[in-house]
Write a protein that binds this ligand. Structure first.
Ligand SMILES: Cc1ncc(C[n+]2csc(CCOP(=O)(O)OP(=O)(O)O)c2C)c(N)n1
Ligand code: SF4
Length: 271
């Protein structure tokens, strides 16, 4: 048994994209100080991931993975805090938390399991579902166009924006390591199939390709790449880091306003 494994019974469907995310994350953190890592989740199939990784974790409410992560980071700035969330979780239920965490440049990493539907509740459409998506709540097709979550993140001033694919575990592991090394808000949108209700495996296997890291501080270039795929049917799907800039994270800016004190000293005064 690997030190990161737990005794929980895994209840994901065979071949679910979440297995790739779990494997990549375990590889990405295996050489980190595990006492310095905390993970959070919302509610959904994606959220079960916290049961399957042997590190400190907080299983929150639907849409509340990100504020839980922000609270943990505020209370203990020494920790690396990773928020796992689903597209229903952070693009529907908790979308304002996602936007404001990015806007604040809170020093957390968000891993967005984007299977483009509410999976645990058996396949209702979300803000990420394609136009015309036929599911439990939209048998005649969703009459709405999807949000591009990465475009939303660029507009919200996120400082690290990336996409990977659950079927490309090596790329996902490398992207996770880059996101974890970033000081400030980082997001990885992980596109993944829900094999039971929206099986996109063939689409992603055929159409994804990996970008080189270049001109990462240009919003214009990032937007061009982020818009290359519009979440509608076919089309090339770029994976990689689209945007990265260095900017002081939120809590450092707030808490070190009194320059002579460290973050720890100020927290001691506050608590
Ligand atoms: C406030 C609230 N609303 C609705 C639900 C019901 N619910 C539980 S899981 C879920 C779907 C989660 O979808 P998503 O976040 O996309 O995760 P996935 O299951 O696709 O991984 C919903 C709607 C809930 N638990 N809490
Ligand atoms: S319902 Fe979909 S997302 Fe949930 S475990 Fe099964 S394949 Fe994975």
């Amino acid at each position: 048994m690997n030190k990161l494994d737990t005794n929980y019974k895994n209840t994901w469907c065979p071949f679910c994209g979440n297995f790739g995310i779990l494997a990549a994350f375990k590889r990405a953190i295996e050489n980190e100080d595990l006492n310095k890592i905390a993970i959070t989740s919302g509610i959904g199939c994606h959220a079960k991931i916290v049961d399957y990784i042997n590190v400190n974790s907080f299983y929150s409410l639907h849409g509340r993975s990100i504020p839980a992560a922000e609270g943990i980071k505020l209370a203990n700035p020494e920790l690396k805090v990773i928020a796992f969330t689903g597209d229903g979780d952070s693009l529907n239920e908790g979308i304002s938390h996602l936007i404001h965490a990015a806007k604040r440049n809170t020093d957390i990493t968000v891993i967005l399991h984007n299977n483009r539907l509410f999976a645990l509740t058996t396949g209702q459409f979300t803000a990420a579902s394609e136009d015309g998506f036929k599911g439990r709540s939209t048998p005649m097709g969703a009459p709405e166009s999807p949000i591009n979550p990465l475009e939303l993140m660029l507009a919200s001033n996120a400082t690290f924006i990336s996409r990977s694919y659950s079927g490309n575990i090596k790329h996902l592991e490398e992207t996770m390591k880059k996101a974890l090394a970033h000081k400030g808000f980082s997001i990885i949108e992980v596109i993944e199939p829900c094999v039971s209700f929206y099986n996109t495996s063939d689409l992603y296997n055929k159409n994804t390709y990996v970008l080189e890291d270049s001109d990462l501080d240009s919003k214009e270039k990032a937007l061009e790449k982020i818009r290359e795929w519009n979440y509608e049917g076919e089309g090339k799907i770029p994976l990689g880091v689209f945007y990265k800039v260095d900017k002081k994270p939120y809590f450092e800016r707030v808490l070190t306003a009194k320059k002579e004190e460290t973050v720890e000293q100020i927290l001691e005064e506050l608590i």
